[in-house]
Design a protein around this ligand. Structure first.
Ligand code: SAH
Length: 201
């Protein structure tokens, strides 16, 4: 999988090492485990998907250009795969998920890996995680029409946020960087993510 990521253009050795360190088959259901290292999104149940390895690597690489990830918030834990990858590069990972049974599964998946710097929380990530803010990095694994203001407010000076923005048929990754006098916005790759949904269940 890592060789394929390299061929697809992922260059950051820190990212490639983190991707190599996390066994993706532990995060997908047994019936799909033989497909865990294909470059494809796979179903998690609850109409959610585990992100495609290339997209996970690409997003983390963009966030880590020229700097460490520092204290990181992930919105949309899903099965916990991306949180595990992030844990190898960030000082602390806070990951929030709105669907309780998915979060329970992520907890079980991550327990085996013993990652002391990952904390999971059942919450609506569109509100961020005020009790742990500010964050150096915010990575959103679900798409919305706009970037929630609460997430921008919880970004530390110099911090970066990456989120898929737009309707399902034309989402792009949007990078927001907090500068001394406001935010810089960069529109990047076209992507396809499940929707960011308000409230918890
Ligand atoms: N990061 C995951 C991918 C998760 S898919 C991985 O590594 O596989 C996106 C997840 O975002 C879904 O589990 C969905 O339930 C969750 N989600 C959607 N809206 C949310 C919100 N407002 N707060 C928290 N999680 C949300």
């Amino acid at each position: 999988m890592v060789e394929r990521l390299r061929e697809q253009g992922v260059r950051d050795e820190r990212v490639l090492a983190a991707m190599a360190a996390v066994p993706r088959h532990l995060f997908v259901e047994e019936a799909l485990a033989h497909r865990a290292y294909e470059d494809t999104a796979l179903p998690l149940g609850f109409q959610q998907t585990i992100s495609q390895p290339f997209v996970v690597a690409r997003m983390i690489e963009l966030l880590a250009v020229g700097r460490p990830l520092g204290k990181t918030l992930e919105v949309g834990t899903g099965c916990g795969y991306q949180a595990a990858v992030l844990s190898h590069m960030a000082t602390d990972v806070y990951s929030v998920e709105r669907i309780a049974p998915l979060l329970e599964r992520a907890k079980r998946n991550l327990r085996h890996l013993r990652l002391p710097n990952v904390r999971l929380k059942h919450a609506d990530g569109s509100l961020g995680l005020p009790e742990a803010a500010p964050f150096d990095t915010i990575i959103v694994a679900a798409a919305g029409p706009t970037i929630p203001q609460a997430l921008l407010d919880q970004l530390a000076p110099g911090g970066r946020l990456l989120m898929p923005v737009g309707p399902s048929w034309e989402q792009v990754l949007v990078m927001m960087e907090r500068r001394a006098n406001g935010f810089s916005e960069t529109r990047l790759d076209p992507v396809r993510f499940v929707p960011l949904v308000a409230g918890v269940e």
